[in-house]
Ligand binder design. Structure first.
Ligand SMILES: [Zn+2]
Length: 261
């Protein structure tokens, strides 16, 4: 990896998978569908405007339901990564059930990409087995843990390796806009402050300076919220930052690791 600051914009494209799994009524289901009808087109337009390649985590079920949205993600050069089959709680599944879910979530995505490289656990909830199972299935990175604020290499008990891109609630649009209903200006301030602190922190090794943000088309896709993301992007572009897909950063980190070994 070049010695520079990186940024990974990530979008959890859940559509209405959560509501379908929970057998909710039509009104709640329609809230998830906002992601498909309005959120995704707006986000793709914004990313195109700023020539940014991003990562979209999505469920196998969503890929089966909305192949046109997935085609657009691929056409625009973004990364397609996995996020459960129907947005399951991985921690509530047996090892056998988890293996089935991982297989079911991966197969539909593989109709669009040769190899699915990244996984993010729905609700950021993992069983003690999840990471080993996704490494066994051929994934090279995960983005579900909270134990750092920069990516690192996770060595699993069977000595397989994954790159971990840690997450945080304040860097998640769902938390700040839907759960806590923060004002746009306060969200922008939080995100900008964290980005600035990160870009100015000389203690972070240069090949680990990766600012990661989690968004959901059903949340950030509302116009006033997307303006916040656009303002953040404009601010970030004033610094020397490379916007990158998570898989590209993960491969760079693994390559550097092999060289240093
Ligand atoms: Zn999700």
């Amino acid at each position: 990896m070049t010695n520079q600051l990186y940024a990974c914009l990530t979008f959890d494209f859940d559509a209405e998978s959560v509501q379908i799994r929970q057998l909710e009524e039509q009104g709640r289901i329609s809230k998830g569908q906002f992601a498909v009808r309005r959120g995704m087109p707006r986000i793709l337009t914004l990313l195109r405007k700023y020539d940014i390649k991003a990562t979209f985590f999505t469920c196998g079920w969503v890929v089966e339901q909305y192949p046109n949205s997935v085609e657009k993600i691929i056409e625009e050069g973004h990364e397609l990564a996995a996020h459960g089959y129907l947005h399951e709680y991985m921690d509530k599944l047996s090892v056998f059930e988890e293996e089935i879910v991982i297989e079911r979530m991966t197969r539909p995505l593989e109709k669009f990409v040769d190899k699915v490289k990244g996984f993010r656990a729905p609700y950021w909830r993992l069983s003690p087995n999840t990471l080993e199972l996704i490494a066994k299935a051929g994934y090279i990175y995960d983005s579900s843990l909270f134990n750092d604020d920069r990516p690192y290499i996770l060595t699993l008990p069977d000595s397989k390796k994954l790159v971990e891109f840690p997450v945080e609630w304040y860097l998640d649009d769902w938390q700040v806009f839907e759960t806590y209903q923060h004002s746009p200006s306060s969200v922008l301030e939080i995100w900008k402050s964290q980005f600035d602190a990160f870009s100015n922190d000389d203690d972070i090794p240069l090949n680990r300076r990766v600012f990661c943000l989690t968004n959901h088309p059903a949340a950030i896709g509302h116009a006033y919220r997307l303006n916040v993301l656009e303002d953040l992007i404009k601010h970030m572009k004033t610094k020397n930052v490379i916007f990158s897909r998570m898989s590209d950063v993960a491969e760079g980190i693994l390559q550097d690791h092999e060289i240093s070994d």
